[in-house]
Write a protein that binds this ligand. Sequence first.
Ligand SMILES: Cc1cc2nc3c(=O)[nH]c(=O)nc-3n(C[C@H](O)[C@H](O)[C@H](O)COP(=O)(O)OP(=O)(O)OC[C@H]3O[C@@H](n4cnc5c(N)ncnc54)[C@H](O)[C@@H]3O)c2cc1C
Length: 416
Amino acid sequence: MRTIVMGGGVIGVTTAWYLAQAGHEVTVIDRRDGVGRETSFANAGLIAPGHSYAWASPRAPMMLLRSLFSDDTALRFRLRADPRLWAWSLRFLANCTAARNRANTAVKVKLCIYSREALIALRKDTGIAYDETAKGALYLYRDRAHLQTGLANMQLLNDHGVGLKELDPDGVATLEPALAHFKGKLAGAIYAPKDESGDAFVFTEKLAEMCKARGVAFQLGTSISGIAAAGDRIDGVVTDKGRFAADHYVLALGSDSPRAARGLSVKLPIYPVKGYSVTIPTDGFDGAPMIGGVDEQHLVAFCRMGDKLRLTATAEFAGYDTDYEAKDFAVMLRIARELFPNAGAFDRPSYWACLRPMTPDGPPIIGGTRYKNLWLNTGHGHMGWTMACGSARIVADLIQGKEPDIDIGGFSPARY
Ligand SMILES: Cc1cc2nc3c(=O)[nH]c(=O)nc-3n(C[C@H](O)[C@H](O)[C@H](O)COP(=O)(O)OP(=O)(O)OC[C@H]3O[C@@H](n4cnc5c(N)ncnc54)[C@H](O)[C@@H]3O)c2cc1C
């Protein structure tokens, strides 16, 4: 069976891996000269079922409204003359009820847990190393009332077996000595003992090498301009290097999936939500944390990856723009210095910005379409690294006509 995977990010490459394992003859097409060069390049690295809440929540409309009039680092929502943003925003608002938030979070957390287990199995089977740590994650609270909100929400994830625990400031300092100096400023933390972390880009590159060893072809530097359909089947991918044909096609182009699918009868309400990331070298320093996590007050994520410390922040609605300036990282760097003053060379930062492929309700879009040989694996938003292995296994199972291990109703493309 010949299968084309459109997109060589972490989602496309893991999909290629599980399909190759199942005996498919796979070709991955990507416009970059290497895999994992866009959103999967410099994310926060957290494998985080412990942070898998849906963004659409009863608090979200007020946060969006406030951000219209402030220059916040965490959320930058601006009204633009972009009909896709308006349509996405209306759908997002419709998902901001407590009931929808609970339902969407339940769908996400189940996939996150399934995916983390798939990643652990893949690691055991292949020995793949990607600066991973399996020591949990720390969600830090500076304010007592905010911590109480976090603890109230935590039950929702614990009902699904995430195993989150409250830690007092001493407990945080014992678990993560790099934060001992800061414990007086903390109200406490929520600890997710089974969360993990690692460099998604290193993982994607190494898995791609393993894919190649199993015969997967990588058609890189190749830009997809469209997908050609004939009746109820796809009969080719149109690119600047010609047309590519196969028996099955998987769309895994992240934020660009809706653009490539234009002209097909497939609804993909995915909007790009820009995030910023900065990476600091840590060699020669001894104050970087061993456990990744999030400063919940500022929504800055932190994660050590080997000899570097990664910080990420900001959800900005700026269309497909990925530009950045040094000033976009100033708050993030200030928080990093505050939390981990001896972590690394703050004067040698590497900057990056990229686009989270967000659906309005939160879960990704995984499954078949009205075209019998077109499959979707896209829209993983802020959690694509966590969800990659599970999503890829599900798609590989579906293409082979096998029942996936978990209920996939909540990811169905038919929900739109
Ligand atoms: C700041 C930030 C922090 C994050 N932190 C975390 C985290 O801690 N944990 C977590 O689980 N997730 C995190 N994420 C989310 C995660 O990074 C994404 O969900 C994930 O990388 C999406 O992977 P993807 O393969 O769908 O998209 P991408 O990695 O963007 O891959 C899509 C690929 O398609 C290619 N492509 C696009 N258009 C075309 C075209 N027309 N022709 C050919 N090729 C094309 C691109 O080159 C790219 O390689 C974070 C995201 C951001 C922005």
